[in-house]
Design a binder for this molecule. Structure first.
Ligand code: FAD
Ligand code: SIN
Length: 555
């Protein structure tokens, strides 16, 4: 297949960018499952933006920066915050129906925000955004969506036929040159036809979302196996700040968790509306940790819950929703009310048992203010990217905002550079001719191994290792232990992958183990505590050594 713009992922980042790029050329979106299946679809709280008369950009910038443990990049923060209102109104123009009161957008509040600024659609904001974007995509003739197409690896110089465009060993010697490589599209596994296809594109955009599934307890759906982070790393992209995995403080506590199911989120907006965290005996505890109590930023609340649970030997803490009142609860949080009720908890009458769960990747593939990665013609957008917005800890509801602001930035960059962006090595050739210069997928010598048990066992082991040793509270010994095990598994999976025909399960396992490896490698580099990265043996911040992003690049 050949296309102008290839987008991997059908969440808010991929879909909002596709609509814009469709004015410049043909857009192909590939997505590994059904098109609505994404983190976006499950977003509850909303999108943060300065829209209230008593709010201003400086306050949102300040809240973002102070939440981020002095690692946020001011230029990215300013860009995202200042463009927020424009991008929100664009979503409204597309047809997203946000909750209103008396003709005005109703603004919610979440942890770390000093003002009410969360635009939302009841407690189903993500579903409403996906609905509206997918509707627009369905009537756009320049956009094709291919479901059940799994992106395997990016096409770079090493996938070009010999002697045609090889850049030579010396070229690849330094980090600078390795990352100056270009991307020409990717290999994708057509799941239904069970074959690998090459897709050539002028520009490729990774919008593959998060990595929550490398942990046992996660709010992320099954698609979030870190594919984009792993693909980017393998192709030579710079990857930054992977140690900062955000744990959402309040996911519904359930006793049984299957291997790739997500846990149900109890939105921070519930605390924003007045709910209070308590222990089993009905006692408040957050005042001991932060003066903002239950509405402190997530790193603080998640750590406090973790500490209370460990101290008391409890399996969960509780969210007391009684200050909100039954009527408001049912009206503003209908999905949370209904879902809890279906699990035997009437939140208008009893407290909700909650535990922290892996939720969001603050790090990712490093991009500049135009969404460009360190590979030419490759962009990254949304959760998979590292724009500099979140620093060491993301402010609630800033991620949907980041995705729409950066999809606009990528669109504008491509629009401005459309005549010059095509890969240098194929100068003078049209896409069709270039197609034959790229190696076909080669699986000679591989076998169909039906080893589901092996794969599911490995997946479970990765999740347990990450949960037990690379969670909310870390230390050097635990990280080293996790690293040794994940490193060994990575080698084993690599070998297994080389001799086996691809399946979705195997591809996900390969990405999960590499993503876990990157998180641990980054965590081991940061010998201090900052934001989401808390080390028992380095409990203090060390600005002299570590007030900088953690960088990984493939050796
Ligand atoms: P996603 O929406 O996750 O989309 C990724 C897409 O890529 C999917 O379509 C997936 O199938 C596809 N994909 C992945 N790998 C491959 C592959 N190898 N090949 C092909 N396709 C692939 N943020 C907020 O700002 N506000 C909120 O209220 C909020 N609530 C949240 C609630 C929950 C339960 C969760 C899980 C997250 C929440 N977040 C929230 C975070 C936010 O939803 C995500 O960060 C955001 O939606 C990510 O959007 P995205 O487009 O980058 O990725
Ligand atoms: C929530 O609704 O609590 C999730 C918000 C977010 O992750 O930004």
């Amino acid at each position: 297949m050949i296309t102008d713009f290839l987008i991997v992922g059908s969440g808010i980042a991929g879909l909002s960018l596709a609509l814009k790029l469709s004015t410049l050329g043909k857009v192909l979106i590939i997505t590994k499952k059904r098109k609505a299946e994404s983190n976006t679809n499950y977003a509850q709280g909303g999108i943060a933006s300065v829209l209230a008369p008593d709010d201003n950009f400086d306050l949102h910038i300040q809240d973002t920066m102070s939440c981020g443990g002095d690692l946020c990049h001011l230029d990215a923060v300013e860009k995202i915050v200042r463009e927020g209102p424009t991008r929100i109104y664009e979503l409204i123009d597309i047809g997203v129906k946000f909750t209103q009161k008396n003709g005005h957008l109703l603004l919610g509040k979440e942890g770390g925000h000093t003002k009410s600024r969360i635009v939302h659609a009841k407690d189903l904001t993500g579903k409403e955004i996906e609905r509206a974007l997918l509707h627009e995509i369905s009537i756009n003739k320049n956009i094709e969506v291919k479901e059940y197409y799994f992106a395997i690896d990016l096409l770079t110089e090493r996938n070009l036929k010999k002697n045609k465009h090889k850049l030579g060993k010396s070229y690849r010697h330094t980090i600078e040159n390795r990352t100056k490589n270009a991307c020409y599209g990717l290999y994708a596994y057509n799941v239904k036809a069970k074959k690998v296809e090459k897709i050539i594109a002028r520009n490729t955009i990774l919008a593959t979302g998060g990595l929550g599934q490398v942990y046992l307890h996660t709010t992320n759906p099954a698609i979030a196996t870190g594919d984009g982070f792993a693909m980017g790393y393998r192709a030579g992209c710079l990857v930054e700040n992977m140690e900062f995995v955000q744990f959402h403080p309040t996911s519904l506590y359930e006793t049984v968790i299957d291997d790739d199911t997500q846990v149900f989120l109890i939105s921070e907006a519930v605390r924003g509306a007045g709910a209070v965290l308590k222990t089993k005996d009905g006692k408040e505890f957050m005042h001991k940790y932060d003066k903002r109590k239950s509405l402190a930023p997530r790193d603080i609340v998640a750590r406090a819950i973790d500490n209370e649970m460990k101290k008391r030997g409890d399996k969960c803490v509780y969210l007391d929703t009684s200050p909100i009142g039954a009527e408001k609860l049912k009206k503003e949080f209908p999905n949370i009310y209904k879902t809890c009720l279906s699990k035997g908890i009437d939140i208008t009458k009893e407290m909700i048992p909650v535990v922290p769960a892996a939720h969001y990747a603050c790090g990712g593939i490093k991009v500049d203010l135009e969404g460009r990665t360190s590979l030419k013609n490759l962009f990254a957008c949304g959760e998979v990217s590292m724009t500099g917005l979140h620093g060491a800890n993301r402010l609630a509801s800033n991620s949907l905002l980041e995705a729409v602001v950066f999809s606009d930035a990528i669109y504008k960059y491509i629009k401005k550079n459309i005549l010059t962006i095509f890969p240098k090595v194929s100068k003078g050739k049209d896409l069709k001719n270039f197609y034959s210069d790229v190696l076909d997928w080669n699986d000679k010598g591989t076998i169909n191994a039906d080893e589901w048990v092996l794969i599911s066992h490995d997946k479970r082991e990765i999740k347990e290792i990450m949960n037990d040793y690379v969670g909310i509270v870390r230390n050097t010994v635990r990280l080293q232990r996790a690293f040794r095990r994940i490193k060994m598994m990575r080698e084993e999976i690599k070998e297994y992958y080389k001799r086996t025909k691809v399946t979705v399960e195997l591809l996900e396992l390969r990405n999960m183990v590499l993503t876990a490896y990157m998180i641990i490698e980054s965590a081991m580099k940061r010998k201090e505590s900052r934001g989401l990265h808390y080390m028992l043996d380095y409990p203090k911040r060390n600005d002299n050594k570590f007030k900088k992003d953690t960088r990984l690049v493939k050796h």
